[in-house]
Design a protein around this ligand. Sequence first.
Ligand code: PEP
Ligand code: MN
Length: 266
Amino acid sequence: MAARTDHTETTRVTIGEGDGCVFGGTQVPVIAGPCSVEGEQEILAAAEAVKAAGAHALRGGAFKPRTNPYAFQGHGEDGLKMLAAARDATGLPIVTEVLTPSDVELVSKYADCLQIGTRNSQNFKLLEACGKQSKPVLMKRGMSMTLDEYLQAAEYILAAGNGNVILCERGIRTFEDHTRNTLSLSVVPELHERTHLPIVIDPSHGTGKAHLVPAMSKAAMACGCDGLAIEMHIDPEHALTDGAQSITPAVLSDLMEDLARVAVAV
Ligand code: PEP
Ligand code: MN
């Protein structure tokens, strides 16, 4: 059960081999990388930058849930292969989105952690399929989902047999228009009361603006999040997707240093 009830400790969810990326323990891992896997060289350079900055896992979408059907949809299995090559080169575990139940087997063959996107957060057949495979699942909150609905959706993964679920707040839809979404940081302490599952914050989709990402990352850390998921691109201006909210490698490096200071202070 996702409910906190009998669990005094937050559940620890490990991504990849070894103990370099554990959510819910003393470490607060940072998953970073581009919105989309764009090409072999691009994802490799991004992975090297993520590693050099001291972040813990590489993200990148091979299957992209695009609002516009004519927009770049991702490289599919080729993108998964590029991610796997970047993992081989850097040792970073990889997190990537799965869009449909029929792709779960394929994505779990390559990924260290399967991401469920905000638009699929109540796709119960997809949640069940992710629950039937053994890789950890990073489950984004639906953009119009209450926390009660969120935890019931997560329960689909647990009920199907996979307890390695990491929750992820990525912003919700409000009237606010200075940001792409409204990043609800109060969910961190609230969810810690209600569930034993670890909670990650995604300040990139949460704000839609790269210049807001460092401040919201530090605020999330101060709130007690169990990890961060951040979009970083080696050349944000030319990113195929979500360039406006992607930080540069240099900003990520500085942020990792600042986060270490926040971690000591809280
Ligand atoms: C993503 O992580 O690139 C993504 C599409 O996220 P979300 O589902 O939160 O919009
Ligand atoms: Mn994105």
